[in-house]
Design a binder for this molecule. Structure first.
Ligand code: HEM
Length: 236
């Protein structure tokens, strides 16, 4: 393939595509076949590296959304939520690929990982750090509107933007929850539960993390709403 003189960017690679996307560096970031303990190291690395990239993107959008919310710009913040959800969904869906590895083949891959542990995932750690900031701003906005959560849900058409923000937070929380549960099943299917991970953490600890939620108040508000409806019906 001949690359015409119309390539204008500097950098490694023959074309502007390769130079801008930095494919030379990117495609060199996976272990080489001659060093593989098992050929599924490629599968394993591609899933993890792409997850880290999506989580990097997700975190950037969450940080930007917090900035918007600080200025009461709810709609511009809301536009960023589908991006965050999709990024987490891609991480969730790419776990399917890991289940293409046989448990025995994964035991060979595992030998290459040293003490590498998902607890040290920069992507997951940064998104977990960023998400609570969204909740802080939501609470501030809710208080400024003189609303509690039950009233927000009851009067949702009056406070459309704040309501949509509450639902976006719940969905984000749910997507993180779905990833965690899916990951837990992948771990169970790959190495079992009554063992320790590469850093010596018993896998059963992951089961305890499964019940974690970022916005418990938003989930509890559903119960409060049901009780509110029951009380209201009793009055009539
Ligand atoms: C075959 C696939 C996988 C296996 C067997 C696996 C195994 C484990 C194990 C055993 C732990 C417990 C801590 C430890 O000792 O390492 C863990 C935690 C973790 N892993 Fe994975 N993992 C897999 C794929 C992934 C992927 C694709 C990601 C994406 C970033 C990921 C992210 C995490 C995170 C963030 C934790 C911390 C606990 C949590 O947040 O729930 N893992 N993993």
């Amino acid at each position: 393939m001949a690359y015409g003189p119309d390539q204008i960017l500097e950098g490694a690679g023959n074309s502007d595509y390769e130079r801008y996307i930095r494919t030379v560096e990117l495609l060199n970031l996976q272990p080489r076949p001659e060093t593989w303990k098992h050929r599924d190291e490629l599968l394993f690395t591609v899933v993890h590296q792409s997850s880290e990239l999506w989580l990097k993107h997700c975190t950037a959008e969450a940080i930007q959304a917090v900035e918007h919310l600080k200025k009461d710009e709810i709609r511009p913040a809301l536009r960023l939520f589908p991006r965050m959800m999709l990024a987490i969904k891609y991480c969730h869906d790419s776990l399917d690929m890991l289940e293409q590895m046989s448990p025995w083949d994964y035991q060979q891959v595992r030998r290459a990982l040293g003490h590498g542990s998902g607890f040290d995932s920069p992507g997951m750690n940064s998104i977990r750090k960023a998400i609570p900031g969204l909740g802080v701003e939501f609470k501030r906005i809710l208080a400024n509107a003189n609303l509690d959560l039950v009233q927000l849900f009851v009067r949702h058409t009056e406070f459309e933007d704040i309501y949509l923000l509450a639902e976006a937070l719940v969905e984000l929380d749910e997507r993180m929850y779905l990833w965690r549960h899916r990951h837990f099943k992948v771990v169970e299917r790959s190495i079992g539960l009554k063992v320790s991970g590469t850093q010596g953490t018993p896998v059963e600890i992951l089961a305890r993390l499964n019940s974690f939620t970022f916005f418990p108040e938003l989930w509890d508000a559903r119960t409060d709403l049901t009780n509110y409806a029951i009380a209201e019906e009793g009055e009539n």
